[in-house]
Design a protein around this ligand. Structure first.
Ligand code: AGP
Length: 612
């Protein structure tokens, strides 16, 4: 996902822009650039393919560019390959306008052809450059940048967050957003635009989240916001409450490891404010009881690891609520003519709150009459603001592309919501309700126990990191948990891996098991442990090497059969995946470490996928 930063202030802009881009590197990118307006040199633009350090070297850490007004961008390529020309900022033909863009302009080709017929020449293959050229076209007509921006926004179709500067305007930058997030920051020495808070939290906690269709004019002194008809708007300010260190490594080698270790605290922050006098309290949930009782079907819609949370929750919610729960990949749901109606509860899960597939699926569900509940980590994100209800996971900023603490807090928040709804429906016994809630509150301590055995996992990773295909097998909740373990491994170590319902192996896939194949066997779901054990024996009989994950209760049995065994504490069955997943996260981390992979910024991946 691209990153945008802009500054209008009383300090040199370039170093501030570079620092902000550095804090957004976790979003994934392949090129970067900045543009600064100078009183004597007009627009100075420096952009290059590769890591941000290349841009720092090119600009001597920004010293090469003088001026107090500028924009910056890290690009995750969608249209046009990663190279210097396609990097942002894009500049209009006469060199007066520079623009950075996050999103996709869907009608860029027809606009490009129209402009070419007017004699405009293009240098890049991007959709974003078309907007810069179209801006100049309209600016030449009306000689007013704000008016030109309005005309352009009415002409283009697609998603965008723009930062725009013009050499004719020495003190102001213009921002606009639709579907891609953009934040306004009010600082002491100047004002900001940014794709997310991490880029500017060092300078300010006083922010405004722009809404779709809005335009902002940002100067050192103030920020004016307008709607698409250019009517001035009064926007609500928010105060960012997490500290700068939360978005820094804090001495850990990688953000991913830091965030794995932060899971106990992240779960405490997610659970404890929502338990009062032995009851689950969800103050920010406005689901009327009569609505809940009338729910005919529940959909859980998400992507990637968030989808895996949905897979775990399906088993748990059907057990608790006795209602059908359908888990859907967002990218499939939106094109599958879903059976959603006003009696459907649609739960969307998203760490970033910006995943386009999930956002589009939620909009489709709303169009079909469903009530939507968003489980989100990033406060004020687009999905959070558009859902009928939103519950935050309070995991704090998650920087590593491979999610861990956000996944874990999504799991426990879904457990809390499941309990809350089951209580409303009267489908859970008080003793069961109390047992689950008690175990939820002791989960952080049990997680801390798991995290004291990281060396064991590191040892297993050193034995197995050379495998080129690894299976994760399990039944029921173990299978759902295995999906996440497999994705973690694929994402950061680039080893092919597959999670399989172990009862299904005999229907085909077991043909792939041969001497030396590594199988990670998950045996933490007590009700089916014996069945899972028979599958371990099955693969062992075909020469597989088995790394098992089980609970204290089954340690002895598992150690007799598996080649290596990792043991986690016992807890309530519904919560067991919250403990079992941690060794899988650590296994992926240490295997990737052994293989010298870029753990926090894996190839081809972005922290949030805001494109189709
Ligand atoms: C998880 O490690 C991946 N980074 C990815 O699968 C992610 O879970 C997915 O893109 C969904 O992102 P979201 O939770 O921000 O919507």
């Amino acid at each position: 996902m691209c990153g945008i930063i802009g500054f209008a202030g009383r300090e040199q802009a370039a170093p501030i822009l570079l620092d902000g881009l550095e804090r957004m590197e976790y979003r994934g990118y392949d090129s970067a650039g900045i543009a600064v307006r100078s009183a004597t040199k007009g627009l100075q633009v420096k952009k290059t393919k590769g890591r941000l350090q290349v841009l720092r070297d090119l600009t001597h850490d920004g010293a090469e560019l003088e001026g107090t007004l500028g924009i910056g961008h890290t690009r995750w390529a969608t249209h046009g390959e990663p190279n210097d020309i396609n990097a942002h900022p894009h500049v209009s033909e006469n060199g007066r306008i520079a623009l950075v863009h996050n999103g996709i302009i869907e009608n860029y080709l027809e606009i490009k052809e129209q402009l070419q017929r007017h004699g405009v020449t293009f240098t890049s293959d991007t959709d974003s450059e078309v907007v810069a050229q179209l801006l100049e076209f309209h600016y030449n007509e009306c000689h007013n940048m704000l008016e030109a921006v309005g005309r352009v926004l009415r002409r283009i179709q697609g998603s965008y967050a723009f930062g725009i500067i013009c050499s004719d305007y020495p003190n102001a930058l213009i921002a606009a957003r639709k579907d891609s997030p953009l934040i306004l920051g009010f600082g002491e020495n100047g004002n900001f635009i940014a794709s997310d808070v991490t880029a500017i939290i060092k300078h300010t906690r006083d922010v405004v989240y722009m809404d779709d269709g809005e335009i902002a004019v940002v100067t050192a002194e103030n920020i004016d916001v307008f709607d698409s008809e250019m009517n001035p708007l009064e926007k609500k300010h928010s105060q960012v409450d997490w500290d700068v260190s939360a978005a820094e490594k804090g001495g850990y080698a990688h953000f991913m490891f830091k965030e794995i270790m932060e899971q106990p605290e992240a779960i405490r922050k997610t659970v404890s404010p929502r338990v009062r006098e032995g009851r689950v309290v969800l103050d920010d949930l406005r689901l009327p009881a009569e609505y809940v009782r009338d729910i005919s079907r529940i959909f859980i819609i998400a992507c990637g690891s968030s989808y895996h949370v949905g897979m775990v929750s399906k088993y748990n919610w059907e057990r608790l609520l006795r209602r059908p729960v359908e888990v859907c990949l967002a990218s499939e749901f939106r094109y599958s003519d879903p059976l959603v109606d006003e009696k459907s509860l649609v739960v969307v899960i998203s760490q970033s709150g910006e995943t386009l597939d999930t956002m589009a699926a939620m909009r489709e569900a709303k169009r079909l009459g469903a009530r939507t509940l968003a489980i989100v980590n990033v406060v004020g994100s687009s999905i959070a603001r558009e859902a009928d209800d939103v519950l935050y996971t309070w995991a704090g900023p998650e920087i590593a592309v491979a999610t861990t603490k956000a996944y874990s807090t999504q799991l426990v928040l879904m457990d809390l919501v499941g309990l809350y709804l089951a209580d409303l429906l009267g489908t859970v016994e008080k003793s069961e309700y109390d047992a689950i809630l008690w175990e939820l509150q002791t989960l952080p301590e049990k997680l801390e126990q798991v995290l004291t055995h990281v060396e064991d996992i590191q040892y297993f990773a050193s034995r197995y990191f050379n495998h080129n295909s690894i299976f994760f097998i399990g039944r029921n909740l173990d299978y759902a948990m295995g999906l996440e373990g497999s994705l973690k491994l694929k994402e950061i170590s680039y080893i092919h891996s597959e999670a399989y319902a172990s009862g299904e192996l005999k229907h085909g896939t077991i043909s792939l098991i041969e001497p030396g194949t590594l199988v990670v066997a998950l045996g933490t779901y007590a009700a089916l442990f014996d069945k899972s054990m028979s599958n371990v024996v099955e693969v062992k009989a075909r020469g597989a090497e088995v790394l098992a994950v089980t609970t204290e209760r089954f340690r002895e049995k598992m150690e007799k059969t598996a080649d290596s065994t990792v043991v986690v504490p016992d807890t309530h069955p519904i919560l067991q995946p919250s403990l079992g997943v941690v060794p899988l996260q650590l296994f992926a981390y240490y295997v990737a470490l052994q293989r010298g992979c870029d753990i926090d910024k894996p190839r081809n991946l972005a922290k949030s996928v805001t494109v189709e």
